[in-house]
Ligand binder design. Structure first.
Ligand code: GDP
Ligand code: MG
Length: 177
């Protein structure tokens, strides 16, 4: 079985954009489960002859996005279905990629999610997304580094640093035998 890495993050940070960028032409695998309204998306990431499966989490609509609570109870306000999907994705993955928004800086919700993924004990890479070019890369980096994870600035929408990013994801995987 191929190892899996899950993209974790609050809504709108660009997980799905990054997912689509990573899998490119490779078709997404959709898991249709009875009783589950939202499908979890999985896709292959291939570089040369190396391969892993990337999991996108939290497929929600714009209305639901607006309903997600901000403030100290962010995680509880994290819509139940997304939380369930996230927990399942974390359990199924060998490593995790926490995605944040490099234009907004670190939010309390990000910090809650950071604590949440850290609890898993799995390797975590922090992807600072929406850094659409080199000139933006330093903006909030100091505060993102306080989370203690390795950090990479990138742009899922524009492709900045995405190649380096996929390399760092491969580096999170356990050695092949
Ligand atoms: P998700 O909710 O985390 O899956 O986020 P989406 O992938 O749906 O993206 C949310 C919004 O952020 C969309 O409007 C995207 O176009 C935008 N977005 C995603 N990636 C980038 C990026 O690298 N740069 C910029 N400027 N916008 C982005
Ligand atoms: Mg999404």
């Amino acid at each position: 079985m191929l190892p899996k890495i899950a993209l974790i993050g609050r809504p709108n940070v660009g997980k799905s954009t990054l997912f689509n960028r990573l899998i490119r032409s490779n078709r997404a695998i959709t898991h249709d489960r009875p009783g589950v309204t939202r499908d979890r998306m999985e896709g292959y990431v291939k570089v040369g002859d190396r391969k892993f499966i990337i999991i996108d989490t939290g497929g929600i609509t714009l209305d639901e996005h607006a309903a997600v609570a901000e403030g100290p109870d962010e995680l509880r306000g994290f819509e139940a279905e997304i939380l369930r999907q996230t927990e399942e994705a974390i359990a199924d993955s060998v490593a995790l990629c926490l995605v944040v928004d490099g234009r907004e800086g670190l939010t309390p919700f990000d910090e809650s999610l950071a604590a949440y993924v850290r609890k898993s004990g799995k390797p975590v890479l922090l992807a600072v997304n929406k850094v659409d070019g080199e000139e933006m890369a330093d903006l909030y980096m100091a505060e993102f580094h306080t989370l203690g994870f390795p950090v990479i600035p990138l742009s899922g929408a524009h492709g900045f640093n995405v190649r380096a990013f996929s390399g760092e994801l491969f580096d999170l995987l356990p050695p092949e035998d």
